[in-house]
Design a protein around this ligand. Structure first.
Ligand code: PLP
Length: 413
């Protein structure tokens, strides 16, 4: 990199130039995209990798002897190897491709819960989980007679770790918690959670949907048993994601769905299942999704976590300070360790009304319960307005946000 790009503002300008969708007007104003926790924008490198695959290599994988099929298979499996490397998995066999975090959690709930939960067993989740890390476990509990136990959160939005430790017992079969809260930005003490659970011989699933875009993940160093994430929040294509599972767990679990690719031999007398990772991947996969996510990971590596961490820390501090200064605005979620997410409410104004006004100023934020209704109930609010930042956002955009929130306050309060 040339030396002038060492300046953070020039680097930011360059990085923003990589994301075509950022450069447009919405409602006559330059777009300010602050809905990154819902989905992130895509850099040219990802768009190009996906379109180049469709332009030149498009074919089905694993089944053809012809050149295009071999090229598609090579690209698909190279993507898996790259993704495995990126998250620190010890082998590509531990990387199962799914439709996203939701499907990855459902897979574990179905396959692990279906074979290992019995009446009276317990599954621990937390009060701050996304619905996709609650409902699959409720369904697994309904099927097995197991019981869901819930780690409470504090008023500032942190897990009550003493309460968590007290919940662990010989009845606990699994702990499933989020790495980073999508509604509040809380970064949970996942190392502590994993070591406490492992002391009781209990495996841990982490919902990494919000963590992958913000920090470097090493599943082997974490010693986590299952780790789930979505490509689209990580600057890759939608409808694609990953379940990392320790090989010994994945070997023990039955398949999730039946169909092509997950078998070795099918006979009416019985079917032999394929080896990992294919045992869990029935049917034609999202080939372009894998290629796109791999390209996204290369892109993020190029940007570098030092820049990402500095930039996001600055945005979080700056946005918190600017928004706090607005009369009637209350920030929801004040954990000590937070990702670049600011959830807030404006007096008694409904979050939806605030979000609608912000959109008129070209600002995209998310409003509502953020798929965390139990957390909203615990906090006694119907929802929040959530501004979630990525490394490509700027202080100037936060100034625009502040201005628009002040206008919303003048109209609604
Ligand atoms: N978990 C968390 C913490 C999330 O933020 C989300 C999406 O918002 C999900 C799970 C579900 O992800 P997906 O819809 O990509 O499956």
């Amino acid at each position: 990199m040339s030396t002038h790009l060492h300046s953070p503002s020039l680097r930011l300008e360059k990085v923003r130039g990589d994301f075509p969708a950022l450069h447009q007007s919405v409602n006559g104003r330059p777009l300010v995209y602050l809905d990154n926790a819902a989905t992130a924008q895509k850099p040219e490198a990802v768009i190009e990798a996906v379109s180049s695959y469709y332009r030149t290599d498009n074919s089905n994988v694993h089944r053809g002897v012809h050149t295009l099929s071999q090229r598609a298979t090579d690209a698909f499996e190279a993507a898996r190897a790259n993704i495995a490397r990126y998250i620190g998995a010890s082998s590509p066999k531990e990387v199962i491709f799914t439709r996203g975090t939701t499907e990855a959690i459902n897979l574990v709930a179905f396959c692990f819960g279906g074979t290992r939960f019995k009446k009276g067993d317990e599954v621990i989740v937390s009060e701050m989980e996304h619905h996709s890390n609650i409902v699959p476990w409720q369904m697994a509990c309904e099927r097995s007679g197991a019981v869901l136990r819930v780690i409470p959160v504090t008023d500032s939005g942190e897990l009550q770790m003493e309460a968590f430790r007290a919940l662990l017992s010989e009845r606990t079969k699994l702990v499933a918690v989020t790495h980073i809260s999508n509604s509040l930005g809380t970064i949970n003490p996942v190392e502590e959670i994993i070591s406490a659970a492992h002391e009781h011989g209990v495996p841990v699933l982490l919902d990494g949907a919000q963590a992958l875009p913000h920090c470097s993940i090493d599943v082997t160093a974490l010693d986590v048993d299952f780790y789930c994430f979505s490509s689209h929040k990580m600057f890759g294509p939608t409808g694609f994601g990953v379940l990392f599972g320790k090989e010994h767990w994945l070997e023990q679990l039955p398949p999730y769905q039946g169909g092509g690719d997950m078998i070795k031999v099918v006979d009416f007398a019985g079917t032999t299942y394929n080896d990992l990772p294919h045992k869990f991947e029935a049917g034609t996969p999202h080939i372009a999704g894998a290629i796109g996510l791999s390209a996204a990971m290369d892109y993020v590596s190029g940007v570098g976590f030092e820049f990402i961490a500095n930039q996001e820390k600055d945005l979080l501090l700056y946005a918190t300070g600017r928004l706090k200064a607005i009369d009637g605005l209350v920030i929801v979620g004040n954990a000590k360790h937070k990702a670049a997410v600011v959830s807030f409410n404006l007096g008694s104004a409904h979050p939806y009304d605030v979000g609608t006004i912000l959109d008129k100023f070209g600002i995209g934020v998310r409003t509502g319960h953020h798929c965390t209704q139990p957390l909203m109930k615990r906090l006694g609010i119907p929802g929040t307005v959530r501004a979630s930042f990525s490394f490509y956002n700027s202080r100037a955009e936060i100034d625009q946000l502040e201005l628009a929130v002040r206008k919303a306050a003048a109209m609604l309060l």
